[in-house]
Design a protein around this ligand. Structure first.
Ligand SMILES: N[C@@H]1O[C@H](COP(=O)(O)O)[C@@H](O)[C@H]1O
Length: 195
């Protein structure tokens, strides 16, 4: 299974996928890394010998125009699955049409709780005692697509956004790697899940 992973930040979840795919038994390969801006995670391309590209959101006059350029770039790698891993952009309908349901996203909350760009912060502000991590199929809603996998994560007294996010990320990684495994081994059918 060929993966293209799209990021906007540090890429710690991407690193987990890259490390997993170094195992010859792992049935998936990250074939390219893409980003909507210059960001730290792009350096993982050089470290792991994987091509990396940037489609800078700010270089396009509209989200749709950015989406068209992104689709063109991603299609070059003929992915069986496109993974949004910390891509901090709402992808336009053109991207969803091009790849969904083989377009998945990780989210640092227990959806449908706390969708959107500030899931960790919103959970803290709400004063909940538990939040979580979710993996979803991307559709044209804001984090409202079919849920593939999710798990609860406790919010501890004294938590900051960073400490809570650092507790959520390892769960996201585990769900992401297990999901890629299940898709590659045909144990999970995203088309069926999205029907
Ligand atoms: N949208 C969220 O942003 C974070 C990205 O982390 P990283 O993989 O760039 O470290 C992840 O928690 C992801 O769910």
């Amino acid at each position: 299974l060929q993966l293209v992973v799209l990021i906007s930040g540090t890429g710690s979840n991407l690193r987990a996928l890259l490390e997993a795919s170094e195992d010859a038994e792992f049935p998936a390969r990250v074939v390219a890394i893409g980003a909507d801006r210059e960001c730290e995670g792009l350096a993982l391309g050089e470290e792991f010998g994987i091509p990396a590209f940037t489609v800078p959101f700010t270089a396009y006059e509209s989200r749709d125009a950015w989406g068209e350029a992104l689709v063109e770039q991603v299609r070059r790698w003929n992915p069986g699955l496109v993974v949004l891993s910390g891509l901090m952009r709402l992808v336009p309908p053109g991207v969803v049409d091009a790849f969904s349901p083989y377009l998945i996203n990780t989210h640092p909350a227990y959806l449908p709780e706390f969708p959107g760009a500030h899931g960790v912060r919103d959970a803290l502000a709400a004063g909940v005692t538990e939040t979580g991590a979710s993996l979803i199929v991307v559709d044209n809603s804001v984090d409202g697509g079919p849920i593939i996998a999710q798990e609860r994560v406790p919010v501890l007294p004294g938590d900051t956004e960073t400490s809570l996010h650092d507790r959520i990320k390892p769960v996201e990684r585990r769900l992401l790697i297990q999901t890629v495994l299940d898709i590659a081994n045909s144990h999970l059918d995203l088309k069926e899940l999205s029907a």
